[in-house]
Design a protein around this ligand. Structure first.
Ligand code: 5RP
Length: 301
C-alpha cells in the first residue's frame, strides 16, 4: 500500500486562479458535448479551426475511380499531410493501415451506382460498426431537390440521432443532381437545411458568385468538395477563394489523387488551408515539390 503510506497533502490549489472553463471556438459547436468537441478537434485543427480532409469514398457508387484503383498503394503516403480521411468502411478495412494517426470520417450512406438514380440511398453502416472503426465523424449524402430528397433527409436524421447518442458528429454531404444549378441560392438552401436538421459539419461545392453568403448562412463549419479534376492552379484558386469566403476547409478527392504528383498537390492545398498561402504561391510550392519527389516522401506534417 505504498500510495497510502506516501500520501501527502495537496498544496498546489492555485487559490488565486479562478477555475478555467475552456471555450470551443469551432463555428456553431460551442454547446456540444465534450466527446463531440474532442472528435471535431481531431478533424479541425484547433490552432486555426480548419481542416484538410482527403476524400477517397468515390468507389461506393463509381467503382474503381481513376486514381483510386489501388487505394493501398496510392493513399497511405498522402495521409501525413491530411487532417482527416473520408472513406468507406470497405476501403478502410481493406486498404488503410490501422495505425493511421488521422481522424476518420466514415461514409455511412450508399446503396446506388452510377448506373441508376444517384439520390436513391440508404444508411448502409450501423452505429456500432462506426464505433468499432473509431470514426471521428459519420458522413451522409443529402439530395435537396433530388428525386429521393425526403429519404436522404431521413438518412441524415437517422445518422445524426445515432451519432448524437455516442458523441460522434455528422458530416452532411450535399449531393447535387445534374438537373440542379450549383449557385449560391441552391447551395445556401441545401447547406442550411442540413445544418438545421442537425449536421455538425456540411460539405458542399464552391460557387463563383456569393459563396460568402452560403458560408455565412450555414451556422456550422462548411467544407468544400473539389469536384472534377481541374488544372492545379485552378484547383488551388478554388480552395483559396473558398477559405477566404468563410469555408473551414476542403474535403478534396480527385484534385489530389488524380493529380500527376498527388503528394505535392496535397501539400500545396495544405499551404492554402492552413498556411494562409495565396493560390499563386501554393502553385509554386506544388511545382517545387513535384520537381523534388523525395521531399514528398519524407516531409511530415
Ligand atoms: C461523393 C463525395 C465525395 O467524397 C466527394 O465529393 C469527392 O470529392 P471530390 O469532388 O473532391 O473528388 O462526397 O459524393
Amino acid at each position: 500500500m505504498a500510495d497510502i503510506e506516501n500520501l501527502q497533502d495537496g498544496k498546489n490549489f492555485y487559490l488565486d486562479v479562478p477555475h478555467r472553463n475552456p471555450t470551443f471556438e469551432l463555428k456553431g459547436c460551442g454547446s456540444l458535448e465534450w466527446g463531440m468537441k474532442n472528435r471535431l478537434a481531431r478533424i479541425f485543427d484547433p490552432r486555426d479551426g480548419r481542416t484538410l480532409m482527403l476524400a477517397i469514398d468515390h468507389g461506393y457508387f463509381q467503382g474503381p475511380t481513376t486514381g483510386l484503383e489501388r487505394i493501398d498503394v496510392v493513399i497511405p503516403p498522402l495521409l501525413p499531410f491530411a487532417d482527416a480521411l473520408m472513406s468507406t468502411r470497405g476501403a478502410l478495412r481493406s486498404s488503410i493501415p490501422a495505425d493511421v494517426q488521422r481522424a476518420i470520417v466514415l461514409r455511412t450512406s450508399g446503396g446506388q451506382s452510377i448506373l441508376k438514380e444517384l439520390s436513391n440511398e440508404l444508411v448502409a453502416v450501423d452505429i456500432d460498426d462506426a464505433i468499432r472503426l473509431n470514426a471521428s465523424a459519420l458522413a451522409v449524402q443529402v439530395y435537396i431537390g433530388g428525386v429521393h430528397e425526403h429519404e436522404s433527409i431521413r438518412n441524415l436524421s437517422r445518422v445524426t440521432n445515432e451519432g448524437n447518442r455516442y458523441g460522434i458528429p455528422t458530416l452532411a454531404v450535399t449531393g447535387v443532381g445534374k438537373e440542379l444549378t450549383r449557385d449560391a441560392r441552391y447551395l445556401g438552401l441545401a447547406t442550411r437545411i442540413c445544418a438545421e436538421m442537425g449536421a455538425h459539419v456540411v460539405k458542399t461545392y464552391f460557387c463563383e458568385k456569393d459563396f460568402e453568403r452560403v458560408a455565412a448562412g450555414c451556422p456550422v463549419p462548411l467544407v468544400i468538395a473539389g469536384g472534377k479534376k481541374l488544372p492545379e492552379p485552378e484547383a488551388l484558386q478554388m480552395a483559396y477563394r473558398a477559405i477566404q469566403a468563410g469555408a473551414a476547409g476542403v474535403d478534396m478527392g480527385r484534385n489530389i489523387f488524380q493529380c500527376e504528383a498527388p503528394a505535392a498537390m496535397i501539400q500545396a492545398v495544405r499551404s492554402v488551408v492552413h498556411g494562409q498561402e495565396t493560390a499563386a504561391r501554393a502553385y509554386e510550392h506544388y511545382l517545387s515539390l513535384k520537381a523534388e519527389p523525395r521531399s514528398c516522401e519524407y516531409a511530415q506534417r
